[in-house]
Design a protein around this ligand. Structure first.
Ligand code: FES
Length: 287
């Protein structure tokens, strides 16, 4: 392949590279399927690779050649030499064009790589740390019906949510359980958190965020070990009588407890926010 054809081919491939990268960005913002995203960015890189290979083999000089020639004594010879010297000037112009095309393709490719970073979204640590629970917020069931204290029998287990908040937020779901008030061994500062023995804990396991779905409540002697919430994923077990202390399993911290109140209509309402941060544990939430 002669140099002229190779240069034109490389130029075309660089333009196709830029087009592929720009198409990738367009597809990304339109929200089309991932196959199209993969196709456009894949083609962009394939064109760039082909351009680099052809440029390396056919355009960039790989050998040094020295041509001997006689001294320039005659004016006609000088003219011929000047004509020959003009050809590299033409080459420099093409070189600039190729450099510009390569720069454009590089910028488009860099944009295609960087722009998807916006999908990382807001700081997960901040988002996961938000809690919808406030003093006075009503506990409702999955159908938004208020949960009544009388509905919670000793040994029973219900799932509740904050009224009017996003039920799928990490800090939203709680498990509501009831024990005999005389069994409670809550820390002194939580003495008013379990009216009539009714307690609420985060439903999200502090190990790896599985949903707590088991409540162990022994009905007949021997009744030890006592009441506990159990995560079905790796069996982390939390002592509900002692404020959610971890008594077994891989979880590294207690299950956060939500203070409860019973309003004058017999409905369960939050007495404040959790005792600790709900959700799984990672480097910033160990304790
Ligand atoms: S996620 Fe609950 S024990 Fe692992």
């Amino acid at each position: 392949m002669n140099v002229r054809r190779a240069e034109m081919l490389v130029l075309a491939l660089l333009c196709l590279t830029a087009a592929g990268a720009i198409a990738f960005v367009a597809v990304y913002f339109v929200g089309a399927d991932t196959q199209l995203l993969g196709l456009t960015i894949g083609l962009a890189f394939a064109f760039a690779a082909a351009a680099a290979v052809i440029a390396g083999k056919a355009i960039v000089p790989l050998e040094i050649a020295v041509e001997e020639r006689p001294r320039l004594a005659e004016p006609e010879q000088q003219e011929q030499v000047m004509e020959a010297l003009e050809k590299p000037v033409e080459g420099i112009t093409r070189k600039r064009l190729l450099t510009t095309a390569a720069g454009g393709a590089g910028v488009a490719l860099a944009g295609a790589v960087v722009i998807p970073l916006v999908s990382l979204g807001p700081d997960a640590d901040v988002q996961l740390g938000k809690s919808p629970w406030r003093r006075g917020r009503l506990l409702v069931d999955v159908d938004d019906a208020p949960i009544l204290a009388d509905e919670i029998g000793v040994g029973s287990f219900r799932t509740g949510f904050p009224q009017g908040a996003d039920k799928e937020a990490l800090a939203s779901p709680v498990v509501v359980v009831r024990v005999e008030p005389a069994q409670l061994r809550l820390p002194a500062e939580r003495s008013g958190w379990a009216p009539d023995g009714i307690m609420a804990y985060s439903k999200i396991c502090t190990h790896a965020a599985c949903a707590i779905s088991l409540f162990r409540y022994p009905l007949y002697a021997p009744n030890s070990p006592g009441p506990a919430l159990v995560c079905p994923c790796h069996y982390s077990t939390f002592d509900v009588l002692r404020g959610g202390d971890r008594i077994f399993g891989p979880a590294g911290r207690p299950l956060p407890q939500l203070p409860l109140l019973i309003d004058d209509r017999g409905q369960l309402v939050a007495g404040g926010d959790f005792s600790g941060r709900p959700g799984p544990s990672w480097w910033s939430v160990r304790k």
